[in-house]
Design a binder for this molecule. Structure first.
Ligand code: 4NP
Length: 148
């Protein structure tokens, strides 16, 4: 199973989802590849936002080694599942599809809900961590099936 987490900058939400799911999958000895990317290109090559690194560290997850990547259309064929954090991410990712058969791989990470962007609000990092952590536990429990 290859899972891609996508947000806008790939420095706040998707690095958290990437690090948390990767750690939970490893804890269960699941042979999953979990990676992340952003639909925007401003932060390519950068480490996650220091506030994202700090909240993850507080809860025992090290995301400091990640480096931001830009979403590419070829990722549709590379991954089995593409989890997006909000509806703009969903639209931006789907707009880049090469083979429309791959559109079913794109899912809002929270199902019907969205993960709010914490970039301009320091107070959102803790609740964003909690909602991502809970959802990652559900994804693990469902064996990666995003329909829960
Ligand atoms: P993310 O947050 O999409 O969760 O990584 C953002 C990071 C950077 C920007 C916007 C959102 N930005 O405008 O640079």
């Amino acid at each position: 199973m290859k899972i891609l987490m996508v947000c806008l900058g790939n420095i706040c939400r998707s690095p958290l989802a990437h690090g948390i799911l990767k750690q939970k999958a490893a804890d269960k000895q699941l042979n999953w590849v979990v990676e992340s990317a952003g639909t925007g290109d401003w932060h390519i090559g950068e480490a996650p936002d220091r506030r994202a690194i700090a909240i993850a560290k507080k809860y025992g997850v090290d995301i400091s080694g990640q480096r931001a990547r830009h979403f590419k259309p070829q990722f549709f064929s590379e991954y089995d599942l593409i989890f997006v954090m909000d509806r703009q991410n969903y639209a931006d990712v789907c707009a880049q599809v090469i083979d429309k058969e791959d559109l079913h791989k794109v899912k809002l990470f929270l199902g019907d809900d969205v993960v709010p962007d914490p970039y301009f609000d320091d107070n959102l990092f803790d609740p964003v961590f909690q909602m991502i952590d809970q959802r990652c536990a559900e994804v693990i429990a469902k064996g990666g099936n995003p329909i829960v």
